[in-house]
Design a protein around this ligand. Sequence first.
Ligand SMILES: [Zn+2]
Length: 248
Amino acid sequence: MEGRPGFTWQAYRDLLALLRANGYEPAGYDDWQSKARPVILRHDIDNSIEKARIFARMEQECGVQSTWFVLLTSDFYNVFSAASTRGLRDIMACGHEIGLHFDEVNYPDIVGNVDAIREKILQEADLLQFVTGKPVTKVSMHRPSKDILAADLEIPGMVNSYSKLFFHDFKYLSDSRHHWREPVLDIIKSRQYPRLHILTHAIGYGPTDTDLEQWARGFIGPAQVDRWDILNRNFTDLPSVLPRESLQ
Ligand SMILES: [Zn+2]
């Protein structure tokens, strides 16, 4: 679509090059004030740490650092598994930072209770630190409710990426639902915003461009092979029961 990046790894590399060409410098949530035209590159890991790891490596090759937000409560990945821990350490080894991706839906009993939500965020950040071995000082919300956005949560010792500062005083651009709502490329070229905050979901990117249906099929389809591999590590002689090649 005109003015919008595609969903390929190359399209993302081109996006980074366009940012550079227009004077934007990749920045973190702590050091953006030292940049003339900061762009905060944020990634929420909603589905796959492995896909995140590949994308994070690519960013490192492009010479940029970013912040990766991880769910503790995902049904798709277990942050405490050996593979996840390795993946997150790989992402950190690329020079990126790990933050907490917080899903308020897991705490239906405290909806609207700002103090209790703040406490849960701090507890989850501690648990994530157990995995990363480093203090977790950034948080982003997974599918935030209007209430949690309006609360403009201040959390001791942490940066809220949905605070008014980063959500309103920066121009916020997101590829949520595999769709750039705004013509991101035109916005960058216009240079009209001095500060950008760009959210991408690595799971949506690959060697070739995909529409929403192809994206969903590409995520769901190969899952039986992934599940077979996990079962094979925990089950004697799975191939004699169900050969891997017999999977679709
Ligand atoms: Zn999310």
